[in-house]
Design a protein around this ligand. Structure first.
Ligand code: PHE
Ligand code: CA
Ligand code: ZN
Ligand code: ZN
Ligand code: ZN
Length: 281
């Protein structure tokens, strides 16, 4: 699988930060900062050749939107789907939560387009709206038939926490193994994700019977001394002390975690969707 250039992911995060700064300091769903974030991602995907669609839905009297991007090459099904929520809370710019997942997913999508490998599976990406209002975007998508044909759903929400842990969702053993094996090649120990259980956009897919997986670097839980010994960072401090706060800015990102997790996403996508290279004869 390709090595995702972390500098490109950081450049997307800088764009999301600047969007928040010029839209009242946040990118909350159904606000101008959210629309600008969606237009930024959509513009990059459209230019790379994706077939994109904006799915609007109503929640609490407001119009929210998901961005869905299908890669046109490869078979039409079954589908490997990867998603990240694009909305922030209203109290801050949401750069770790969840600019990090959104930006890494964008760069993986652009890399897939650029490499254009032979595919065994259809590949679809989603950037969800209204996650912070109760998983509304992913729930709407699944309730309206979106999970049909989806063989695997991978979720990325908070993947570059400033005092990071390396947590792998333990929802499906085969998917979990892909991420754990990848971290083993980096000699980075992992733990099972427990802090976020059921609290992100994989939940509606899991409830619909779709195998799900993902990685996470921790939110308001505090890093233990054992965790600081294996991962570095600061024990007795939250994985993300700026979780859901105004200080969740571009300063609230651990670049090493961002780099490792962007590469972990590409590795999982290639393992799940890209055909084996034919043996030269
Ligand atoms: N969804 C939570 C939030 O956005 C955090 C979370 C991340 C939960 C990853 C589960 C997995 O605040
Ligand atoms: Ca990389
Ligand atoms: Zn959040
Ligand atoms: Zn989140
Ligand atoms: Zn779990």
């Amino acid at each position: 699988a390709p090595d995702i250039p972390v500098a490109n992911v950081t450049a997307h995060l800088n764009q999301l930060q600047s969007i928040a700064s010029s839209n009242g300091g946040n990118r909350a769903s159904a606000t101008s900062g959210y629309t600008a974030s969606l237009n930024y991602i959509k513009g990059r995907l459209d230019a790379a050749g994706y077939t994109t669609a904006v799915q609007n839905f109503t929640y609490n009297g407001q119009t929210h939107s998901n961005l869905i991007a299908n890669w046109p090459a490869g078979p039409t099904g079954p589908t490997i789907m990867l998603g990240s929520h694009l909305d922030s809370v209203s109290s801050g710019p949401g750069i770790n939560d969840n600019g990090s997942g959104s930006a890494a997913l964008l760069e993986v999508a652009l890399t897939l387009a650029n490499r254009n490998p032979t595919l065994d599976k259809h590949v679809r990406f989603a950037w969800w709206g209204a996650e912070e209002l109760g998983l509304r975007g992913s729930q709407y998508y699944v309730q309206n038939g979106g999970a049909t044909g989806v063989e695997t759903y991978l979720n990325f929400d908070m993947i570059a926490s400033p005092n990071p842990g390396y947590f792998v969702y333990d929802d499906n053993p085969a998917i979990e193994k892909i991420f754990k094996d990848y971290y083993a090649t980096l000699n980075v120990p992992t733990e099972i994700e427990t802090e976020g259980d059921g609290r992100s956009d994989h939940a509606p897919f899991k409830n619909a019977g779709v195998p799900v997986g993902g990685v996470f670097t921790g939110a308001s839980s505090v890093k233990s001394s054992a965790q600081a010994t294996k991962w570095g960072g600061t024990s007795g401090l939250a994985f993300d002390r700026c979780y859901h706060s105004a200080c969740d800015t571009t300063s609230n990102i651990n670049s090493t975690a961002l780099d490792r997790n962007a590469d972990a996403i590409a590795n999982a996508l290639w393992k799940l969707a890209v055909g084996d290279t034919p043996t030269p004869t």
